[in-house]
Write a protein that binds this ligand. Structure first.
Ligand code: ATP
Ligand code: MG
Length: 398
């Protein structure tokens, strides 16, 4: 649907360019009419008027073309750039006039299509995908000149509609569905296998049933927690634009989180150093979810008896206005530096096998990030393999 919309919008701009192309031809026709209808003495003046009018018209059209988000380039028969609008300048840089188009877009199909338009004077539409320096996707319409910007019939107008964000979102959606299906399918297949065994050849084997039923329950728990996390994520995403407004106390929230994880925290050298009240604008339950996920990670990714410490103090300007920082620091296995930027991606796990063993699906930190965003807070993650991880969350004071 969105693709269709953008294609239509693209076509409208093409029509504008095509009309401007016509206006130059009309201008030429008008000049020949003048020759027929006027006395020889008036001809020079009349032609100047019409030419000035055309220049004004062209300037206006350039103004419009420079306002649009789409990229417009015009190349000559040598494929050298003769015109480019502001959006193209923004994308490729200022000093590209007269450079070969391949210096900006080294795509054999595009160069071939430019040749085709030059020789056959027909309009071509193509998809253009670039992977360097980052993924970019354009719908490109190529059609032949002249235009009022470049008065040469041996030119090709390249109209590039940037669809990167839409295509990225589409691919993200299908990757997401694939990930969810895979994560749900694995425990389901194992439950089904065990059920077949205990209802088939191990029907009367009490030992086998004793062994398999706890595993099936564990797999069912895994599916349940995955679905819970997915629902939580989609709920948070829907509300991300609404900043929570309640007055909540970070001391109370972290003491509650400590209670929730008390049983597991007993095996660690755990310290909650928050003694004072720290009031922020927030949603109590959602903040419990944030710190619960972070503490859960410290527990899952640290060996027993290691230190886990919670602190809270004054902020340092990472968020607007006066702020507080909560820090949760562990002495666990840490995260490799190159993986740090990916920690908040859905389903990302540094070591999928290890994570799975401790019951992780890779959604916890994605949830944390979205809730912190909703609170207009900031997340800071520092980590060193073998030395542990510190997660700081910045919030504006109430
Ligand atoms: N404190 C930590 N120490 C070491 N690694 C961590 C820590 N926190 C997160 N990670 C790494 O980041 C990954 C993503 O964390 P996240 O909380 O999103 O997923 P998870 O813990 O695997 O699963 P879930 O939280 O959904 O149960 C983890 O799999 C782990 O590899
Ligand atoms: Mg987690």
């Amino acid at each position: 649907m969105e693709l269709l919309f953008y294609t239509l919008a693209g076509l409208i701009v093409i029509v504008v360019i095509a009309v401007s192309r016509k206006s130059i031809v009309a201008g030429m026709d008008a000049r020949s009419d003048v020759k027929r209808d006027n006395k020889p003495g008036d001809i020079k003046e009349e032609v100047e008027d019409i030419t000035n009018e055309n220049i004004e018209k062209t300037n206006e059209q350039v103004k419009i073309i420079n306002q649009i988000d789409d990229l417009i380039l015009i190349v000559d028969k040598f494929k050298n750039i003769k015109f480019f609008n502001n959006s193209a300048k923004k994308k490729f840089g200022e000093n590209n006039l007269n450079k070969h188009v391949a210096t900006l877009l080294r795509v054999p199909d595009l160069l071939q299509n430019i040749d085709l338009v030059l020789s056959k004077k027909e309009t071509i539409t193509m998809d253009l995908e670039l992977s360097s320096p980052s993924f970019q996707f354009f719908k490109v319409h190529l059609f032949s000149g002249p235009t009022s910007f470049v008065d040469d019939p041996d030119t090709v107008i390249l109209f590039l509609k940037d669809l990167t964000d839409i295509i990225k979102a589409q691919r993200f959606k299908s990757d997401f569905v694939a990930n969810v299906s895979h994560e749900l399918k694995t425990p389901l297949v194992s439950i089904k296998g065990f059920l077949e065994t205990i209802s088939g050849h191990a029907k009367d084997d009490l030992e086998a049933q004793k062994k398999f039923i706890p595993i099936m329950l564990e797999q069912a728990d895994r599916m349940e927690s995955l679905i819970k996390d997915l629902l939580s994520l989609s709920r948070i995403e829907l509300q991300e634009h609404i900043q929570p407004q309640d007055k909540v106390n970070l001391k109370e929230i972290l003491s509650n989180v400590e209670d929730i994880h008390q049983k597991n925290l007993k095996s660690f050298e755990f310290k909650n150093n928050i003694k004072d009240d720290f009031f922020i604008k927030g949603d109590y339950e959602k903040l419990i979810e944030v710190f619960s996920n972070i503490i859960d990670n410290s527990i899952k990714y640290s060996e027993k008896n290691k230190k886990i410490e919670i602190n809270c103090g004054q902020g340092n300007g990472k968020v607007i206005g006066d702020s507080y920082i909560v820090s949760i620091k562990d002495n666990g296995i840490g995260i490799p530096t190159e993986q740090l930027p990916r920690i908040t991606e859905r389903f990302f796990r540094v070591d999928a096998a290890k994570s799975k063993k401790v019951g992780g699906t890779g959604l916890g930190m994605a949830i944390v990030k979205h809730i912190v965003n909703q609170h207009r807070g900031e997340l800071e993650i520092k980590s060193e393999p073998q030395n542990g991880t510190e997660i700081k969350v910045h919030f504006s004071k109430f």
